[in-house]
Design a protein. Structure first.
Lengths: 359, 301
């Protein structure tokens, strides 16, 4: 298979439930072969419905789903070259681990000795050897998750669909599984389509991310692109932490904050338009007064309104007047200067860190 | 509220294994008290009559037909070996089995259909519809069937017009129509309960793992609804085995079944001890069979 072959192609797919509930609204998307692709968005944004339409568990109201160029139409799930890892795992409670994992192969009437060999292989891949005869109930959440993964992967699908597979696990286990999933994807080399509402998880794992909002695609791009150059306010707010300030475009590349001060920022709207200035908290620095701050950068004066101890960092809320607040994240290192509520400070940031976004 | 700090510490206040046991005993006693009314009722009005039936089976039939509670013996139990008893028992067994199967085949798709309706209101209404017949007396409903099945009833006339059947009342099909009608709800309800509890994600997972619709049903839905099948089968089989009213009214009481055979012993045959022995035997066999059936089902689900 060539490098840029399209694994999953969505052409104008729309899904309307009942009379007028539009879950997915006219989406066009190409997912490349071998890619780790995430559908990211808040609950109810249509990401799971999109995944289910690829799986064949739901059929689009309009548009088409193509898998490796083949039109899927209303082909049922058992006739599609994809497998799903369900959010609830959906392990068969009346079968043991071995029978759960081998289910797909047995349904495809694969030779029983072959089934046996591949079940052992798949169980080994997810490190569950010795658990073959256990019922799902007798497994921990993390182990159940691995069974669900093995049960899908054993079929060697062209595309593996994962619906918030780590949602039910605790933080430490989730982080460990994120890395393991990445490794497994690397090992088996198939396309992963991963649904999640956790932006950090999406950034960590994905080659590319599609951010969804209200049934539509908000932005599609590499993790870095989505994080560094969000296309709109929704993406800016949903992916990572972001400070938003009320402003107005003064001229190209210059923005006037509500209350007076002008700063340099990336703009795309004409002068005079109302915009929101977006800056990442980790891009901001604090200084006692303007003379300490390096020249050639933006510096905005304000007052410390609150300080929150986070452990690895301290978050300062800096009030700069009518435009709003800056959240400044300062790493907790020995040389760090501490500020108290009421202190006068200057917030410093590079012009490229600030983006003016319109509604 | 009293301030706890002002009180002198009492030895009993300190937690100890002894105190914990006391609390546990107290709560188990409370639990028993809740159950006491039902407990007393069942003992007096349920267990005692059963014991009387069992005791009577060892009594003697007196000349005037009433049981004599003096000469205790095993005569009635030995009579169970009579070939007639076996013939009747086998006939009743097959009738109950066939009725259970008929109910299962009819009820399963129906329960499945109700359980898969998306609106809660639709499901509730359909379930109420299943229960509507219970609002009137069983005997009355059976007589209503008699009118429908009689030679001037619609069912017989339709059959005659189409040349399919001549008469309906007092035939085996009439008995089965009546039995299925009477016991179908007892099959529908447990099946519905089992199917409604089903996690349909499992069926979707099956479809996703290359199972066709029928295959997913066979491998996932059917095994997971097994508790419902078992419960429904028991609820239908047991009363069908001793069915008395339906075979009598719709079948004309022409064939001897366990139900009317026992009734006969307490009626015109006036042999209470033998009737008691028959009843006790059925009870013991059914109890044993039910336990075995549940055990067999419990292991696989």
């Amino acid at each position: 298979m060539s490098e840029n072959q399209t694994a999953v192609g969505l052409r104008g797919i729309t899904k309307i439930f009942g009379e007028d509930v539009t879950a997915v609204d006219d989406i066009d998307l190409d997912i490349s072969d071998g890619e780790f692709f995430s559908l990211l968005g808040p609950s109810g944004c249509g990401k799971t419905t999109t995944l289910r339409m690829i799986a064949g568990l739901e059929f689009p109201t309009e548009g088409s789903v193509q898998i490796y160029g083949e039109e899927m139409g209303i082909r049922p799930p058992n006739k599609r070259p994809v497998n799903t890892v369900f959010q609830s795992y959906a392990l068969f409670p009346h079968m043991n681990v071995e029978d759960n994992v081998g289910f797909g192969l047995r349904m495809q009437k694969v030779d029983s000795s072959e089934v046996k060999r591949r079940v052992a292989e798949a169980i080994d891949l997810v490190h569950l050897s010795g658990m073959e005869k256990r019922r799902p109930k007798a497994l921990s959440g993390g182990q159940q998750q691995r069974v669900a993964l093995a049960r899908a992967l054993i079929n060697r699908p062209n595309v593996l669909l994962l619906d918030e597979p780590l949602g039910a696990l605790d933080l430490k286990l989730r982080q460990a599984m994120q890395l393991e999933l990445k490794d497994i994807q690397h090992e088996v080399g198939i396309t992963f389509v991963y649904v999640t509402h956790d932006q950090e998880e999406a950034l960590t794992m994905s080659d590319r991310i599609a951010v969804m909002n209200q049934g539509k695609l908000a932005q599609v791009g590499r993790s870095e692109e989505v994080y560094e150059t969000p296309s709109d306010l929704f993406v800016a707010g949903f992916v990572g932490e972001m400070c938003f300030l009320e402003a107005e475009v003064a001229e190209a590349g210059m923005v006037r904050l509500s209350g007076g001060q002008t700063v340099a920022a990336t703009t795309s709207d004409p002068a005079g338009s109302k915009v929101t200035l977006a800056v990442r908290p980790e891009m901001l620095h604090l200084f006692g007064d303007a003379s300490e701050a390096p020249s050639g950068r933006n510096s905005v004066a304000g007052t410390i309104a609150r300080n929150v101890f986070l452990g690895d960092a301290i978050l300062y809320e800096v009030d700069i007047g009518p435009a709003g607040m800056f959240d400044v994240r300062v790493e907790n290192i020995p040389s760090m200067r501490r500020w108290d509520v009421g202190d006068q400070v200057v917030v410093d940031f590079h012009r490229e860190a600030a983006t003016a976004l319109s509604e | 509220m009293t301030d706890l700090r002002e009180r002198e510490p009492i030895e009993d206040d300190v937690a100890s294994p002894k105190l914990e046991r006391k609390a546990r005993r107290r709560s188990s006693w409370r639990g028993f008290m809740h159950a006491a009314p039902a407990y007393v009722y069942l003992t007096v009005f349920f267990t005692l009559p059963l014991i009387i039936v069992f005791v009577f089976s060892f009594a003697t039939r007196s000349n005037i037909g009433l049981p004599s509670l003096s000469d205790w013996n095993f005569d009635s139990w030995t009579r169970l070996a009579h070939p007639l008893v076996r013939t009747i028992a086998i006939r009743s067994f097959w009738m109950a089995t066939f009725n259970t199967l008929l109910c299962l085949v009819l009820a399963y798709p129906f329960a499945y259909w109700i359980a898969t309706r998306s609106k809660q209101l639709t499901r509730t209404l359909l379930l109420i519809a299943v229960l509507v017949p219970f609002w009137s007396n069983f005997l009355v409903r059976t007589y209503a069937w008699r009118m429908l099945l009689d030679s001037d009833g619609y069912i017989t006339q339709v059959g005659q017009a189409l040349g399919l059947w001549d008469r309906m009342l007092f035939t085996a099909p009439a008995v089965f129509i009546g039995l299925v009608y009477g016991y179908l709800p007892f099959m529908v309800l447990p099946l519905y309960a089992a199917l409604e509890r089903m996690d349909w994600d499992l069926v979707e997972a099956g479809r996703d793992l290359f199972a066709s619709g029928p295959k997913a049903f066979q491998k996932i839905t059917l095994p997971l609804s097994k508790p419902g099948i078992i419960a429904g089968s028991i609820l239908v089989f047991i009363p069908s085995l001793g069915a008395y009213v339906t075979p009598d009214i719709l079948g004309g009481g022409k064939t001897n079944l366990l139900g009317n055979f026992i009734a006969l012993q307490f009626g015109s045959a006036a042999n209470w001890p033998f009737g008691s022995a028959l009843s006790s035997t059925i009870l013991i066999v059914m109890l044993f069979a039910t336990v075995v059936y549940f055990r067999a089902g419990g292991r696989t689900v």
